[in-house]
Design a protein around this ligand. Sequence first.
Ligand code: C5P
Length: 225
Amino acid sequence: RRLPILAVDGPAGAGKSTVTRRAAQALGLQYLDTGAMYRAVTWWCLENNLDLRDEPAVVEAIAHCQLRLESSDPHQPTRVWINDREVSQAIRSLEVTQRVSQVAALRGVRRLMVRQQRAIGANGGIAAEGRDIGTHVFPEAGLKIFLTASPAERAQRRWQELQQQGQCDLSYEELLAQITARDTADQQRTYAPFRKAADAIEICTDNLGIDEVVSKIVHLYRSRL
Ligand code: C5P
C-alpha cells in the first residue's frame, strides 16, 4: 500500500532536519533533505567559480550534475555526493550557507531539483523537508507540518551547536542576522517562495524538546493513515 507523504517546511534553524529524520525513522518512511540538494549544487557553482548572477550558465552546469543522497543513519545528517565527490561537510560551510538562497531563487535550478524530488517521492512513503514541500513539491502530501521557532531561539541553538563543535567564528548577533537574511531571501523570491501551506499544521518548538515534537508529528501522521 502506498504510504502518504510527510512534508515538513520551516525557516532556517527550526530543527527540521533532526525532527524529520527521527519522524521518518519512527514511521518507516524514506527521509529526503531537499536543502542538502540546493546546498550541493551551490557548492558546485562556487567550486567552479561560476557567476551566480549568470542564470543560464548556472542552470546549464547544474543540469549536468549527478546528485546522490544517502540517509541510512537516522542520527547523522544526509551524506551527499555531487559527480562522485563527497560534499557532506562542504555543503554546511559558511560560504555555501550565505550563497544558497541566491542559487535556490533561480527558476531553472528549482525546476531541476523539484523534478528529482518528485521522482524520489513518486511512490509515496517519504518524509521530505525544505521550504516549498507542502506548497509546491508535494501539495498532495498526507500531512504537512510547518516547523517554527523564534529567530532568537534559532540563533541561540545554532550558536550552541557551533560552539560544541568548536568552530564558531560568528557571534550570536551575526548568526541571528544571517538567519533572518536567509529567511527573507527565501520568502521574497518569485518562484515557489517559502511560505506556510494553507493546510499545514504549525508547530512552534520554542518550548518543546525534540522528542515531544517528533511524537506530535508521529501521532498526527498515524491518525491520518
Ligand atoms: O534547509 P537548509 O538550511 O539546508 O536549506 C538551505 C537553503 O536551500 C534554504 O535557505 C533555501 O534557500 C534553499 N531551499 C529551498 N527549497 C527547499 C529547501 C531548501 O529553496 N525545499
